[in-house]
Design a protein around this ligand. Structure first.
Ligand code: PLP
Length: 407
């Protein structure tokens, strides 16, 4: 009989959000008269910005006529979008990124999951704890780790993010090859300063390593001086790949559009010592396994860079940050310490007790769903993540229920 990829059997039995859904569904089934409010999963709730809707309609009309119809587009994305990205997201910050270094895709989840394919099987990994689970699980599937012992996979250097380091890990003492960083962070909401990112770039340059920089929440940075891109750091073009998404910037979670930046100056060696550009490898991988994002969706993404689009997406992210501020203030008032919420849509609350126990308390007593920190890694124990993605009405109601429960 055909055999399976046994690395899959090392994965933890179920995905965090499946565990949460199970408990929430059981509660709802037993208490149909008690409506719950979800501040758990990181999906957006507000509709698409009007510029995106208008662009989708116009592009759909183009598809209706032989003269303007579009079939397969370039796998890397249309030039109109790649040029807008290079100009507005990088060159405007003083970061030297060109349009042909950008690969448009249907989501950062796929990109951060797939990128590991271009690296050797024995690549040494450095992965934060707590973490967006995709970075770990995709490397487990690819066989880059040993077994999961006591909540940690053998063969990974875990970058612990705790209250002691302000939830921003410093480079480790040992050498590693592939480093996952995410700022503003999911789940903690922490951001890294220019000095902290400079230390990471210096570490990567010293060890000929590559940083995978997930900036899915870049649009939420408000504190002046906090870098929005790793390429704002001198020397990052030789050591970093960056991931960006329209999901949390413009509410595209259901529309799907993102991009990955692979600078042409980023090099790695094969076993014989020959140099290769990672841009060429990723281009080969992307064009072989991906056939491009739909034309209407790319037009909608490009609309985000118009003056009206910039204002509408700013208003959208300001709205969620307004929710985040209310959450921060409410949990602080209840006596908890927390981080995030000022440059990120997540608030990471130090609960001082078991995170699943706290989750159950909020579900059963307040009918509010949060995300237990332990689901994001060992260092997430004692914390929960509260998401600002919801209507103002729901956030205010949830906070009143939480206050009544925890007072
Ligand atoms: N990276 C991080 C850190 C995320 O939290 C998410 C989604 O929640 C993603 C990537 C996925 O984004 P996308 O919707 O573009 O697949």
């Amino acid at each position: 009989m055909i055999r399976i990829n046994e690395h899959f059997t090392k994965l933890k039995a179920s995905y965090l959000f499946a565990d949460i859904a199970k408990r929430v569904n059981a509660y709802v089934a037993a208490n149909p008269d008690k409506p719950i409010i979800r501040l758990g999963i990181g999906d957006v709730t507000e509709p698409l910005p009007p510029v995106a809707i208008a662009a989708l309609h116009a592009a759909t009309d183009e598809m209706a006529h032989r003269t303007t119809f579009k079939g397969y587009g370039p796998e890397q994305g249309y030039a109109f979008l790649r040029e807008a990205i290079a100009q507005h997201d990088f060159q405007a910050l003083g970061a030297k990124i060109e349009a042909d270094e950008i690969f448009v895709s249907d989501g950062s989840k796929c990109d951060v999951a797939n990128i590991q394919e271009i690296f050797a099987a024995d690549t040494r990994l450095a992965i934060p704890d707590p973490v967006y689970p995709v970075y770990v699980d995709t490397n487990v599937m690819a066989g880059r780790t040993g077994a999961n012992i006591d909540g940690r996979y053998e063969g990974i250097t875990y970058l612990e993010s705790t209250a002691a380091n302000g939830y921003v890990p410093a480079p480790p003492a040992n050498a590693t090859d592939l480093i996952y960083l995410c700022f503003p962070n999911n789940p903690t909401g922490a951001v890294a300063t220019r000095e902290q990112l400079t230390a990471w770039v210096a570490y990567a340059r010293k060890h000929n390593a590559v940083i995978l920089y997930d900036a899915a929440y870049e649009a939420y940075v408000r504190t002046p001086g906090i870098p929005r891109s790793i390429y704002e750091i001198e020397g990052a073009r030789e050591v970093a790949i960056e991931f960006r998404s329209y999901s949390k910037l413009a509410g595209f979670t259901g529309l799907r559009c993102a991009y990955t930046v692979v600078p042409k100056t980023l090099k790695a060696r094969d076993a014989a010592g020959n140099e290769h550009t990672l841009h060429a490898l990723w281009n080969r991988r992307h064009t072989t396994k991906f056939n491009g994002v739909s034309y209407p969706v790319q037009k909608a993404a490009a609309a985000v860079y118009t003056e009206a689009g910039k204002k509408q997406t700013r208003d959208l992210t300001d709205f969620y940050l307004g929710n985040a501020k209310l959450i921060r203030e409410a949990v602080t008032k209840l006596g908890f310490t927390c981080i995030g919420g000022d440059n990120a849509p997540y608030i990471w609350v130090n609960t001082g007790r078991d995170s699943w126990e706290f989750f159950d308390l909020l579900l059963n007593q307040a009918q509010v769903v949060c995300t237990p920190g332990a689901g994001f890694g060992k260092c997430g124990e004692g914390h929960v993540r509260i998401s600002a993605f919801n209507s103002r009405e729901n956030v205010v109601a949830a906070l009143a229920r939480i206050a009544a429960t925890l007072k």
